[in-house]
Design a protein around this ligand. Sequence first.
Ligand code: NAD
Length: 303
Amino acid sequence: MTNATRIDGKAKAAELSAVISAETEKLLQEHNLKPGLAVVIVGEDPASQVYVRNKKRMAEACGFHSEQHTLAGNANQDEVLKLIADLNDDTAIHGILVQLPLPGHLDEHAITQSILPSKDVDGFHYINIGKLTAGDTADAFVPCTPAGCMLMIEDHLGSDLSGKNAVVIGRSNIVGKPMASLLLAANATVTITHSRTNDLPGVVAAADIVVAAVGRPNMVKGNWIKPGAVVIDVGINRIDVEVDGETKSKLTGDVDYDAVSKIAAAVTPVPGGVGPMTIIMLMSNTLRSAKLSLATGVSIGSS
Ligand code: NAD
């Protein structure tokens, strides 16, 4: 069996970024409207700071108006809700994202549900989840990570997945469940697996498409995979490796890339696969929200 295609999420994200930048420029020229993205972060979690910085950088690269709102780690629920209410009312803002996880004393559910569905570019509001689950994918803001995974799957298998078996490993609201909804909407036969699934390797063995979103380094082995499958690795895990007698930290996915790439048709690497696609889908959702604001008149304006 030959080596699988390495699905280059970084290159695809760069292509999409060029398209988004061009459309942003056109929106500005024709309607004097700049997509506005507000990112809210509470506290000092280092990983969250990196994610927020990357999102801001990409928004600026696409020509967006970009705001970062940093609240102290001990900010209370009312302060966060007040900030979101202000951003909901702000006509220069088309997308609001609250970086998760929030500090434990805050009610994450109440906060994410307080974002207007029309500005919910993360796709976590129940209105958007409902639309996606009902198969109304065209009208929903779809969560960015599964949306990015879906584009990579479509590149390899086309947009109609009739007759394909898809196995999603992980059932989170952010990745696993919306991923399953998207695959189902594309006519795949979908199985969602999780920590209580029996014989996971046996289930995965029947899959033409595998999406791994667990958070366990190199869990998915080469001998689990059906020859010719498309494998999407969502996991981001930091592990220690020995390099020349020194311990170094390295990012790795949920998939044993080297072993799986000997069996599969195509695999995403970590890093450079799903991660860059997630950020670009956030930009895509924000641009879409800005365009929709023209049609609805809900949020016209630019900075
Ligand atoms: P989560 O912790 O909310 O969910 C993990 C899921 O894995 C759960 O549904 C659980 O049932 C399942 N699981 C745990 N152990 C299992 C096992 N032994 N067998 C089968 N299933 C098992 O995580 P999440 O938010 O969905 O994220 C999953 C991974 O994806 C993490 O590594 C996270 O960092 C990464 N992630 C990456 C991106 C990206 O942009 N690349 C975005 C979101 C999440």
